[in-house]
Structures are given as C-alpha cells and as structure tokens.
Design a protein around this ligand. Structure first.
Ligand code: NAI
Length: 249
C-alpha cells in the first residue's frame, strides 16, 4: 500500500461512496484526512476513522461556496502547515426524466456542483500547493467525461468539463510541482447509482453494459485515486484514467 505518512489530505464529498472509500484508504496509509461533505456524513466518516486509530478531522463544505473553500484551505494551512493531497470528488447526478433533461435549471444545478465546485476547490488548493512547493490533486470525473450518455446532457457536459479543467491546470502547473489528474469511473455501487438504477432489472442492464459484466465497488475507484495521489504515479499528470470495466474502450 502507498505510504502517506505525514501527508495532509482534503477529500470532498467524503461522507459516502467513493469519497468515503478514498478518505478511508488515505487515512489507513497514514495521512491526516480532512473529511468534508455538505452534510453530517462527513462527521460520521471522520469519527469512524478516528475510532479505528487513524488521523482525521471533518468539516462541512459546500463546494459551491468559494468563501467556505478558501477558509477551509487557510485553516488546513494554519493547523497542519500544508495541503499535500486534494481529491475533488463531490458530485451529483440528479434523476431526470428524459423530457426534462434539457431544462436550464438542471444544467445550472449540475454545473454548479460538478464543474464550478471542482474549479473553485482547485483554485484554492493549487494556490496553497504553489506556496509550499507542490502537491497532488485528483478530480473525480466519470466515463461521462469521455463519451456521451443519452438523456444526461448536463451530467455529461459537467464531467467533460472536469476532464478539461484537469488538463488545463495540469499543463499550467506541471513545472511547479503540482500533479493534477482525473479518474473516470463507469458505474459504481454507491448511493448515487442506487438512486438511478430503479430496480434489480435496471442494475442487471447497467452491469451488462460494461464489458466486465458488473459495476465497480467504491474501493476499486478509490484504489486508482490513491495510486494517482502517490509517488508511484510521479510522472503522471493531466491524465483522465478510465476505471470502467471497459465501458469506454
Ligand atoms: P455519493 O452520492 O455516494 O457521493 C457524493 C457525495 O457528494 C455525497 O456525499 C454528497 O453529499 C456530496 N455532495 C453533493 N453535493 C455537494 C456539495 N454541493 N458540496 C459538497 N458535497 C456535496 O456518490 P458517489 O458515487 O460516491 O459519487 C462520487 C463522485 O463520483 C461524483 O462526482 C460522481 O459524479 C462520480 N461518479 C460516480 C459514479 C457512480 O456510478 N456512482 C460513476 C462515475 C462518476
């Protein structure tokens, strides 16, 4: 397992699903993890990590709120002296009937969290990382950042945007010690997927769409994120890593 001893990490949307799995693996590998989410699940995740003997704190963070993000990054710098790793993972995929999928309000809602949220977090994380001489960022995009999905124009656009932001920032800061990558999961067994699946038949159809014939676990996506955060990915930047059981091949 990668060694993150004495590293400080920030994870957004870490109260459940992929973010929770990432926070857990980082903490197990020795990092101090600042577990954030828009709701109290962040507190529960951090409590569980501390009870298991790991180092974690929690903070309520709405990734749409730049003041909150700026204040949290400043607090982390004050309390721990640095921010080594940031995983910008918070996101939504609202259930939308096909006929409503082109509503402007849906686009605004999805872009505000999935795209602008990542933009705002990166802006302040990178500023801190430049001050300290480097860092690593991983953004959770999606297979919807690599191909189109019918009835999901907003989600697809937001995740293509995350891949674009990742690439732009990666080339801008590669020479200054900040590595920035994205993961692009296929379907992952989390609350988000459960909400969108409908019934058992829906689950089987989604699994069958993936050449590997099943959906991923949150841990499988977290393992890829952890790799990108670690020293064994030291020459990888600006990459959008498909972790999708062959969905986009
Ligand atoms: P999840 O629903 O378990 O986790 C998403 C987390 O984001 C939740 O804890 C939620 O409270 C948080 N969140 C929502 N709005 C927020 C806001 N404004 N500020 C801060 N936090 C907020 O779902 P999952 O699957 O773990 O999703 C994590 C990421 O993975 C998302 O970006 C999602 O788009 C992406 N993803 C998920 C896939 C799946 O099939 N589950 C597939 C591909 C990508």
């Amino acid at each position: 397992m990668a060694d993150f001893e004495s590293s400080v990490a920030l994870v957004t949307g870490a109260g459940s699903g992929i973010g929770k799995a990432v926070a857990t693996k980082l903490a197990q590998a020795g990092a101090h993890v600042v577990v954030t989410d828009i709701n109290d699940n962040a507190v529960a995740t951090a409590d569980a990590l501390r009870q298991a003997g790991h180092s974690a704190s929690s903070s309520l963070l709405d990734v749409r709120d730049e003041e909150q993000i700026q204040a949290l990054v400043a607090l982390i710098a004050r309390d721990y002296g640095k921010l080594d790793i940031a995983v910008n993972n918070a996101g939504i995929d609202p259930e939308v009937a096909p006929e409503a999928s082109w509503e402007e309000a849906i686009l605004d809602q999805v872009l505000a969290i999935n795209l602008k949220g990542v933009f705002l977090c990166m802006k302040h994380e990178i500023a801190q990382m430049l001050k300290q001489g480097g860092g690593r960022i991983v953004n959770t995009a999606s297979s919807a950042g690599l191909r189109g999905f019918a009835n999901k124009p907003a989600y697809t656009a937001s995740k293509h945007g995350v891949v674009g932001l990742t690439r732009a920032a990666a080339v801008q800061y590669a020479g200054r010690g900040v590595r920035i990558n994205a993961v692009c999961p296929g379907a992952v067994d989390t609350a988000m997927l459960e909400k969108n699946l409908g019934d058992e038949k829906g689950r089987e159809m989604v699994a069958a769409n993936h050449p590997i014939q099943r959906v991923a676990t949150a841990d499988e996506i977290a393992d890829a994120i952890i790799w990108l955060c670690g020293d064994t990915a030291s020459y990888v930047t600006g990459h959008a890593l498909a972790v999708d059981g062959g969905l986009t091949v």
